[in-house]
Design a protein around this ligand. Structure first.
Ligand SMILES: [Zn+2]
Length: 97
């Protein structure tokens, strides 16, 4: 008496060309934050913060990045059962007049 769930997984995930396509990832708070940082000229670099109990993949990526070169969150290779909970922290540039 087992009810089987139909697990049909569409395999069209591989060829997402650019970020202007709306995916579930765009709803991730970190993804939204990064978008704001990229539009903010005062933010030059972004630090990727990973939680204390993050998976090894996330921990490897912890660090500081150029904001155009920062890994996108949530990390697809994240293996944490609760999902990727890493986030970005902006590094503000001091602009002198
Ligand atoms: Zn992870």
């Amino acid at each position: 008496m087992s009810s089987q769930t139909n697990q049909s997984s569409p395999s069209s995930m591989d060829a997402i060309p650019s970020t202007n396509r709306i995916t579930d990832f765009s709803l991730h708070p970190a993804a939204k934050a990064l978008e704001r940082f990229k539009q903010n000229p005062r933010v030059s670099r972004v630090r990727l913060i990973v939680p204390h109990d993050a998976c090894p993949t996330c921990r490897q990526l912890e660090g500081e990045y150029d904001k155009d070169d920062v890994p996108e969150l949530p990390l697809l290779s994240c293996s944490h059962p609760l999902g990727c909970r890493s986030f970005y922290e902006p590094m503000l540039t001091e602009i002198y007049p």
